[in-house]
Ligand binder design. Sequence first.
Ligand code: SAH
Length: 357
Amino acid sequence: MTSRRPNLKDYALPALRDLCVSRGWPAYRGDQIATWLYKNDVNSLEEMTNLPAELRSVLAADFELSSLEVVMTQRSTDGTAKLLLRAMDGAQIEAVLIPEERRQTLCISTQVGCPLTCSFCATGALGFTRNLRASEIVDQVLLARKQLAPDEILSNLVFMGMGEPLLNLPAVSEAIRLFTDPKGFGMAPRRITVSTVGVLPQIAPLLEVAPIHLAVSLHATTDEVRDVLVPLNKRYPIAALLETLREEPRINRRRPVFFEYTLMEGVNDSVEDARRLPKLIEGIASKVNVIPMNPHPDAPYKPPPPEVVDRFTATLHEAGIRVTLRRDRGRDIDAACGQLANRAPRKAAEIASNAIS
Ligand code: SAH
């Protein structure tokens, strides 16, 4: 196994300054390092030419600077790009770059696999290996930025890749601090969305980090159905989840919560579901994103026919809910929601074994 020295990208700015001070250097050296790493895209200490040589050599001895490498990039016919990335210990994760007319969104992972075993999600079927470090979350953004054309900027970030962000809050928080710090990536917090199935005790601590958007994977209107789709519902049932959101002062009309609702035929797509949902979320400043199920071999569910999807969204709309139907992006390369499962290497292996058999 490779050495596991700490990585300079594990530290947001306050910590980076403290690190310099603790070694006898002025705090502003931390700011200079951040500028090199996040604004100038430099990935070696030698290139940080305004740092004293002695500081560069002590840091080089004690810290890593890279945490991930690109194994493969796949481009969808719709322009979506999926990056397969490898960590120092060999663990593999995925990040998905989604180009739209006026924005470039990156979907990033927070864990290697996921412990939550949601029955419709391909990542859940992988099992759980470990949490990502802050540096590994940050490097997804740095590596994805290199895929952009010179006139494009990465405008939005969604924590909707592999893993459950609220089960890795320390690293997720440190990464968010770097993304939003003007001395780091300088992104507007409202352009960052963190999605959770609802790990209730961690919601307030997350929203304290920065005024980001929260997305909640709801997917059902009864505990009976949600217990099956999202097993963590047995611990934090729908009523408790919605009560937490209703009482959260940081969720308001200016910063609504986004409810995600993956529609599965015959499971959660009934007229009763569509009528129950607005009543359930009444009083919570929110928008609803309806996502027809992206089918994959590890789950027995399918998307409903288009007329059922339309009826569902129309019923919500008539009840005064702000609802959007999320378009599929990158389905042909298994990059759509819930399809991230490092399938490409498996596919490559299948092709290779077919070729020799
Ligand atoms: N664990 C967090 C972060 C991952 S977000 C969470 O679940 O919120 C991934 C999003 O894709 C979630 O809203 C998830 O419910 C959705 N999703 C998972 N599998 C899907 C599938 N097969 N089709 C469509 N959406 C899916």
